[in-house]
Design a protein around this ligand. Structure first.
Ligand code: HEC
Ligand code: HEC
Length: 277
């Protein structure tokens, strides 16, 4: 609250002085390294985890479309990858307790948190990538791709519902936000068959994306950080652990929930300057 008061005070002081309001904000931008350059990721997939074998993204997407009816989004993405390996190679894939991933539907048991397709993608990656830094990198890439890519793109060969669905980027990895924004933009109810078909096809897009990533890693040509959200990095320069505020963390698109206020736009820089380390 002290900081809020300080913002108001600086408003008074600067407003009273009436000088160069719009020149001030950029003067005090904290120094930070932009983190938006793509990086090469080198990792030997078979080093210390379950073995991944090359899979075709289109076949995987079709597989996910079929598996969706057995357990929804998270299940479909996980099963589309691991059941294919089970069909080809048997054990240990065959004994995997796939039913675990039914919990992921509707953003975890209908709770509306993380998108189940992304939860499934992360589980697949977690199974095959033991190194936590590499895992975080690839999961982040897929999440950031999902936030900014108009989805769904996948067209099933035999659609359960033969809709022509519009593709929208929803800026959010959360089931609630993603579903409600998409439904609003598409002009349909959240509980409609269109929205359900959207989630089904979107799961196929995510399944294809995850095997594309694994294929690239196994060929040693995976490029990470391709979908960096520079906006998040700039917010975290002040609000993240290396900033003076250190009151926020995460990589979700900040603007999907926080709309910048005029006060923030005008005074956050000068205010930040006067905050002690
Ligand atoms: C130049 C440093 C700086 C940057 C960059 C910055 N902020 Fe802030 N922000 C501040 C300061 C200073 C405050 C006031 C601190 C307090 O009240 O604790 C603040 C306050 C906030 C608040 C509290 C409510 C409000 O509006 O006062 C939110 C939410 C917030 N910032 C979000 C963001 C987001 C999202 C971004 C990126 C788009 C961002 N900030 C970028 C410095 C910054
Ligand atoms: C899913 C929605 C959501 C996203 C995404 C999100 N926030 Fe928040 N944030 C909230 C909510 C809800 C609160 C708590 C309510 C509040 O204080 O506004 C909060 C609180 C904050 C606060 C403290 C605000 C205060 O009043 O002191 C800051 C700072 C902040 N967020 C920054 C960020 C930054 C930076 C990002 C991006 C890395 C981000 N948030 C992403 C929802 C979100």
């Amino acid at each position: 609250m002290k900081r809020r008061k300080a913002i108001k005070m600086s408003l008074g002081v600067i407003g009273g002085g009436g000088l160069g309001l719009f020149a001030i904000p950029n003067l005090f931008k904290p120094k930070y390294e932009p983190q938006n350059d793509p990086v090469e990721v080198e990792y030997n997939l078979s080093s210390d985890s379950w073995r991944y074998e090359f899979l075709d993204p289109d076949t995987t997407a079709e597989f996910a479309y079929q598996q969706y009816s057995n357990g929804s989004c998270m299940y479909a993405v996980f099963a589309s990858v691991v059941m294919q390996l089970s069909d080809k190679y048997g054990e240990p894939y065959k004994s995997f307790p796939y039913h675990i991933f039914r919990y992921g539907h509707g953003g975890i048991a209908g709770y509306g948190t993380i998108c189940g397709a992304l939860n499934g993608a992360s589980a697949v990656l977690g199974l095959f990538i033991a190194d936590r830094d590499v895992l975080d990198r690839v999961v982040t890439d897929i999440f950031q791709w999902y936030e900014k890519t108009p989805l769904p793109l996948f067209k099933p060969r035999k659609p359960a519902n033969d809709f022509i669905l519009p593709a929208f980027a929803t800026d959010s990895v959360l089931c609630h936000v993603s579903n409600t924004s998409w439904s609003k933009m598409a002009g349909v109810k959240v509980d409609s068959d269109e929205r359900k078909e959207r989630c089904r096809r979107l799961s196929c897009d995510v399944a294809a994306k995850v095997v594309t990533a694994l294929n690239d890693i196994s060929l040693n040509k995976y490029i990470g950080n391709k979908y960096a959200n520079e906006n998040v990095n700039s917010c975290l320069a002040c609000h993240g652990k290396s900033g003076k505020l250190d009151d926020s963390f995460g990589k979700m698109d900040c603007n999907s929930c926080h709309k910048e206020s005029v006060g923030h736009r005008t005074f956050s820089n000068i205010h930040y300057k006067v905050i002690s380390e």
